[in-house]
Design a protein around this ligand. Structure first.
Ligand SMILES: [Zn+2]
Length: 483
């Protein structure tokens, strides 16, 4: 058997002002030897696929692995160049099994469904006898083109995404069984008509994940994936879809997908985001008696394509005159560059935030001390090291700001502590992240508060200004199944 492995991944926020071109990919990871380099969230599956294939004595061909931090629509020539490089390898090596990690929510100029496009072209090259398997982030838009071209699609189950390697292992096993004619996988999906974020770290979604796994263990389905959807990617298929894979039984796959889709629908009132405003959240901080309170600036999450330089929370903190508050990570390569020139201990007047677009709010002018500076920083996200670039710690009147020159969300307390900023001394720690912060920050938090902040990925799902998506979805309408 010959296995070809590849990765092409970014999550496209079509409302983000930041274009995604080759520079954006090169800044994060573009390599032809991903498995001999440290794994990131999206290349970790390639490491696992190589290990499992070599264990069986199978040949492994490694193609491109390219990922970019989520941002706006991908530039056409960047997508086409990466796609064509992978397809050229497929054509040159004609593998028995083609395994690829793609995010699942990549939109390029002229391509609303990059994953479906790439897989359809791979299928045209390989014909029906080869096995095509794709692993996705769960924030994907599951399309018919993807389902038609692939034999197997498996999405992460956990958000935060701590299970990329586990899902890779399951996909490999099913792909190997398919290639050896032990199973004949059939995929069916169910449209849940829901747009929301689904946090699997707490009830009821934690149990939903456990129930999917319990059902997989029963044996009548090979795999279940809840494709959460990515709400800020304007396309026809945005929304949650349930995917079931069975061994040759299309009817059962449809029935189980529907069963779990209806289960998700039944949970909607419990998972509805009803979060405090920034002001309400800081009222709670001021009334708290245990610290630090960790607050999520949900809408300025670089991981969802936001600029990571909004100032709405900073302005509230300064207005209240609060001290012992840390906020990060602001993306500001220009200011980081200036701080490198001045050095630790220096004092300067700076303009922070509000620079990338209107959705970042107004910039803030403050006098700061440079308290820490470190090059080559990274943060752990599960078992993956996520690069942060050069980090800077600035302080003004007890308010501590963390900046970086690589745009990234706050995944882990080390983004602050590696610079010397002691989070145990803070009343509040504000993270520019929607949910990936949780695994790292919950253990140090007295309490975690998600804030309904303004910004590029505001959690007001009923009002996202879609041009391509049918408006018949919850929570825009109370019951989309009645229409
Ligand atoms: Zn995701």
């Amino acid at each position: 058997m010959k296995v070809l492995i590849a990765c092409l991944a970014t999550e496209t926020n079509t409302f983000s002002p930041i274009p995604t071109g080759t520079l954006a990919f090169e800044e994060l990871a573009v390599t032809r030897s991903a498995t001999s380099e440290p794994a990131n969230l999206f290349s970790a599956p390639l490491h696992e696929w190589r290990r499992l294939a070599e264990q069986r004595g199978w040949a492994v061909v490694e193609s491109l692995s390219a990922c970019a931090q989520p941002s706006g629509t991908t530039i056409k020539r960047a997508y086409e160049a990466y796609r064509d490089e992978i397809l050229a390898d497929v054509q040159a090596h004609m593998p028995d099994i083609f395994l690829i990690f793609m995010h699942g929510a990549m939109i390029a100029e002229g391509y609303e469904d990059c994953e479906g496009d790439l897989l359809a072209r791979a299928r045209a090259i390989l014909g029906d006898s080869a096995v095509i398997g794709m692993e996705n982030d769960l924030h994907n838009h599951l399309t018919q083109a993807m389902l038609d071209a692939a034999n197997l699609i498996v999405a992460f189950k956990e958000y935060p995404h701590t299970d990329s390697t586990d899902r890779a292992r399951e996909l490999f096993r099913m792909a190997a069984d398919t290639a050896e004619a032990k199973i004949d996988p059939v995929m069916r999906d169910y449209d849940c008509r829901m747009i929301n974020m689904f946090h699997t770290t707490r009830a009821p979604m934690q149990k939903f994940v456990a129930d999917m796994q319990a059902r997989e263990a029963m044996g009548d389905v090979l795999s279940l994936s809840l494709c959460h959807g990515f709400p800020w990617g304007d396309c026809e298929r945005v929304g949650a879809r349930m995917l079931a894979i069975t061994d040759g039984n299309a009817e059962r796959a449809s029935a189980v997908a529907r069963e779990f889709g209806e289960y998700l629908w039944s949970l909607r009132q419990q998972i509805k985001a009803d979060w405090p405003t920034i002001g309400q959240a800081f009222d709670r901080v001021e009334a708290a008696d245990a610290f630090p309170v960790v607050l999520a600036d949900f809408a300025d999450n670089a991981g969802g394509g936001a600029p990571a330089d909004s100032t709405f929370v900073l302005q509230e903190v300064l207005k209240r005159g609060l001290r012992d508050v840390a906020i990060g990570i602001f993306w500001d390569p220009v200011l980081v560059r200036m701080c490198r020139d001045v050095g630790v201990g220096g004092r300067m007047q700076v303009r922070v935030g509000g620079k990338v677009g209107a959705m970042s709010g107004d910039p803030v002018d403050i006098n700061v001390t440079i308290c820490g500076l470190k090059e080559g920083m990274s943060q752990m996200m599960g078992q993956s090291a996520m690069p942060m670039g050069t980090g800077v710690w600035l302080e003004t009147d007890g308010v501590h700001l963390i900046l970086s020159d690589k745009r990234t969300q706050a995944f882990h307390p080390t983004a602050f502590t590696d610079l010397g900023c002691d989070l145990a001394a803070m009343r509040a720690v504000v993270v520019k992240s929607s949910q990936h912060f949780y695994a790292g920050f919950a253990p140090i938090a007295s309490e975690v508060i998600y804030m309904a902040t303004p910004g590029a990925i505001t959690p007001d799902y009923a009002r996202i200004p879609y041009a391509k998506r049918d408006p018949n979805y919850w929570p825009r309408v109370e019951n989309p199944f009645q229409n």
